[in-house]
Design a protein around this ligand. Sequence first.
Ligand code: NIG
Length: 404
Amino acid sequence: MDRLTIRNARLLTLGGSGPARGGDLRDLGVIDRGFVRCAAGRIERVAAGDPEPDGGLELDAGGRVCMPALVDAHAHLCWGGDRWDEWDRLRAGTPWPEILAAGGGILSTVRATRAAGEDALAEGVRVRLQAMARLGVGATEAKSGYGLEPETEARMLRAIATAAERSPVLVQRTFLGGHAIPPEDPAWPERLAREVIPDFARRFPGIAIDAFCERNALSVEQCRAVLEAARLAGLPSRLHTDQFTSMGGAEMAVRAGARSVDHLEAATAETVRVVAASNAIAVMLPCSGYALDGRQAPGRALADAGAAIALGSNANPGSAPTVDLRFAMHLAVRHAGLTAAEAIVAATRNAAFALGLGGQVGSLTPGMHANLIVLEDRDERSLVHAFAAEPPRHVVLGGRVLQG
Ligand code: NIG
């Protein structure tokens, strides 16, 4: 059955030709009572009122909310091992940057990932994608970044592709070779920019490039070289920046034309101004603030200054051990000052643009992937205000209703 119509729904269409900012960031594009018709995995029609029968499967939403499936703008998803011992140390008061400086954190996962085979890595990604799909996520990023040498980074990117081929979730791969500096190779950032990014651009078409600008990770200068290598290779770039320390990374990334600046918990008022005035999307990651130290990006200030804000789960084994983007939405409202409508736009339309998938997912627009969710409620604020909640009533990915 490749035809599906969801009728009698409160529709959030969330359309737009670019990322939303300002008043647009609160515009859900509501159709009070309407239908979405899907055919061959794509959205065919979105309209008010009732559809003509077309012989395909029909779901009566009973007035419930039907909206695009969620889009996770920042997720790691591929790693070996676990970090539960480290979690105990974090809870006992050791700050995350100190754990990294002592060779733990990201570097501990690097050791485990280097030791993991490609099948095991792909299986881990598959399990996480399956969990995301159940929660209503229809598209996500999946980063490498726990290899920090070419062979393991390539294995991670292949493992992500293998899992993505078997999943209904649309996956955008990011090469996060600049996640940290491996102790045995202090010149890694320079080699990454000079040799590895040009090579990976040929071997893995369509990837984005990412790095982590922070004390004990890459310097602003090293990140600048990584972003410049991406530009020369014709690839979009992103930057983890201003998470713990304000070092000028966001300003540099904006000048370098990065597609997004991610984290921003330590962003100053001036950084907020610069980011808001730029084309870069401000990707907030509230789950890591929740898990680590309670600090959150200045969401309200960013929104008021006119930034294009997106949200990510930041799923990873250390700072955000969750794949639940809905929890990130909840935290963005509860602890970073966004409204429910802003969180919804940030986790659909704007997240899609942060991944370069703005023409494909994140809104109910004819021609886009038929990735949508029907909520249990008739008021979309339930999606954001509730936490540790049940999955949506229906998840439709590629025009098919997900079972189980
Ligand atoms: O986005 N900040 C850098 N990278 C991840 C953390 C990864 C980890 O803890 O393994 C983040 O929070």
